[in-house]
Each structure stands twice: as C-alpha cells, then as structure tokens.
Design a protein around this ligand. Sequence first.
Ligand code: ZN
Length: 312
Amino acid sequence: MKHTVDFRFFPGYTRKSVTFTMDDGNVTWDKVLLDIVRPCGLRGTFNLCSHILKAFDAAGYRDFYRDQEIANHVRFHPMAMTPARADFSFSDAPLDPANAAERTFYKTEIEGYYTFTERGRVYGVATVPTYLSFTEQSRAALEDIFGEGRVTGFVWPYSEQDNEELREALRNSGVSYMRKTGCVFDSLQYHFPPDRMAWSYTTDSYHLLSCAKDYIAAADDGELRFFCFGVHAVDFERAGNWEDLREVCRLIGNRPEEYYYAPVIELFRYEDAVRSLVVTDEEVINPSDVTLYGVVDGRRVELLPHGTYRFA
Ligand SMILES: [Zn+2]
C-alpha cells in the first residue's frame, strides 16, 4: 500500500514560523522590544559585539536575553578592506576627526585596525587577519557569558563586505549561518533562505506591519515558512512605530497552533531535521535530535528524536 507522508510541519502542526534578528545589543531598546514580544511568546536572535557588553555582569546578560539566541556581530563592529577603498592612503598618526583627511586610513593601537571618516562619521576598518581575530575574540567572549557552543551565527556589521577572501574564511570558520542586511520579502515570499551563508531578514521595522498582514494571509503551499523581522530595536524608536510591533504581536502572538516561535538558529536546525527524515516502504525514520510532527495517511504522528514510525 502506498502511504502519504507529510512532515513539513512545525510543533503545533503549523507551517508558519515567526522570528526576529536584532543587531548591536542596545539594552535600552532591546528591553522595550523584549517587553513587547515576550508576553506574546515570540523569540528571536540578538546579535552582539563583545566590546559593548558593559550594561550588566555575565549573569545579568544571561537573564536579560534568556530564551533568545545570541549571534556574533564582531568586536568593534568593523568594516573590511574592500576594492572601493583600495586607493585610500595610510597615516601613522592617530585620527583627529575634526581634521581628518579624506580617503585616509589612520592607524590605531591594534595591528591591522584603522579608522577613517566619511561624511563626518568615524568608522573602523580591519584587514582580513584582524577582522577574523575580532570575530573569534567576540565569539569567545560571548560564549564565556552565554555558554560554550551557544554562539554559532554570524551577522555582518554594515552588511556583507565586498571582500571575497574574508567571506570565504568566515564561511569556512564553522559558523552556522552568515546574515547580511536588507529586506527579502519581495524575492523570497516567506520561504526559508536558500543560502544560509548569505541570508537576510524578511522585513525591517518600517514594513513589518504590512508584511505581517501579508504573511498571515499567505496561503499554505505545503512548504515550511520563515518570517524574520529586523534589524535594530532602536529602529522602532527612531521611526516611532513601536505600535506596529505591538499590533503584529496582537495579530500573530500567542497562537502556537498557527505560528511557531523560535530563534533563527532553532528554525534552521528544525528545517535540517525535517529534511533529514528518511521514508522507506515500511517506516519513517527521524535521525535528528528534535521531535518532528507529521501527518501519515491522514493521521497526526509525533516522531521522537531518533524515533521510527512503522506503517500500519
Ligand atoms: Zn550593527
């Protein structure tokens, strides 16, 4: 007998997930955001730079971001050397922002790390080896706080940098994903990112409400869906649209049968688990570490980690 097997469901037997990704670890605005999303059951990812962790002690940080994912946003939030700045000259003097020359990198006390000004703003830029060492230092410092093996995602400061050597080195550094910047709702239509090493969020705070309403209305196409909003909590403050976030929470929060709430990395791992499922003529095997939810011959089936379901 031929069996119908469909395990493309999240817990709650829904196909729609909701998450968020927030950069920079500004605890003032992250708190406002968490106070809105937590009571609605939403969970997400906060992308922190190790050098800014001054608001609390380690236990304080663990409590503040409890139940959320922490990803690495790189110590000093640097840019990388790119072809667009290949003609910059180098100065041994320290940067004086008021008198800085155009298109000039100024040395800092850290080898391979420079500062420059552009339109009155000061930026840091690192050579590839220094960028990689800032990345590793940040991950290690974050894991000292949040736990070993807990910080696997990488989020580009200033979005993806035009430096293939760096991109390649990061891709091969053991990160679980690399996120860049920019809304992708037009191109992806709430599907999971096809390339986790160059993915971005569905919508920013400005388009969140309209995008969420579109997501709510989106018809089931049999695939697992991914809805991730970004990208800084302070964006809601700057745009004066905290009320949009509250409305989205009213519309999609506290509905575990309709939406699955988890941080980015948990959603990616869940997608991997669903893809790892093995269906033979006799049974369905779950080789993963998570419980999977399916419908087999019209009946709901919960398949425990490393569990097997035998067809009747
Ligand atoms: Zn940032």
